[in-house]
Design a protein around this ligand. Sequence first.
Ligand code: ZN
Length: 228
Amino acid sequence: MMHCLRFPARTLLLAVLSGLAQAQPAAEIKVMERQTLNAGDLRAHYEPPAASTHELKLTLVYFSWGSWQRDEILKATGAMAGLLGQCGVRLAQVELVRVDAPQQYHYFHTPVSRQLARVLQPGTPTVYFVTDTRQQPAFDAEAVGRGNSRTRPELADSVWVTRVTPEFGIALAHELVHVLMDSGGHVEEPGNLMREDTTPGNTRLSAAQCARLRDVGARNGLLRTISE
Ligand SMILES: [Zn+2]
C-alpha cells in the first residue's frame, strides 16, 4: 500500500524536477550578440584559397566573461580556414554568437552542453569556445559528428575547443575535419593534419581525405557546392 502511494508521488516529484531542470537553462542562457562576418571582414586573419569548389559557413559560440576573447577566436578560425583551403573549401561566413550563461556551461560536459545547444539551436557546423572539459576521457578539443551523437542529437556537427588546446588553429581544423568527414579516424602519415598529435608540422590533408570531407560534408549539409 505504501508503495502504491509513494510511487506516483515520487514520479510526480521527478516529473516536476525534470520539468524545472529543462525550464531553467532557457532562463539562464541568454544570447547577447549575434554578429555575421563575411570573408572580407575576416581578411586580417584569413586568406581565401585561389580556387575553391565548396564553401563553409560556421557558427562560433563564446561566452561573455569567458576564457576566450573575440580576436583570439577569429585568429584561430582564420588559421583553421587557411588549412581547409588546400581542399578547395572556402570560409564564406561566420556567425559569432556571444552568450551569457553560468559557469557550468563554459565547460564541455554532455548533460549541460546538450541544454546549451538546445537553447541556442545554432547553425552547423558549430564551434564552441569553452574553458575546459568535464568529459572523461578529457580531450583538449573534441568533435561530435553524426556517428557519435545518437544519444545526444543536439550536439551533432559541433566542435568543442578548450583553452588548454595547443595550436588552436590546427586543432580546430583537425576537429572540424572529423565533423566534415563524420569520422573519428586518425592516420599515421607524417605531416598529416589527421595524425593524433596536434603540432605545427601536422597540417597536410591527402587528396583522398579532401575528397571525403567535401563529399560527406556536402551530403550532410555542412558545406555548399559552389556552382560557377
Ligand atoms: Zn582527432
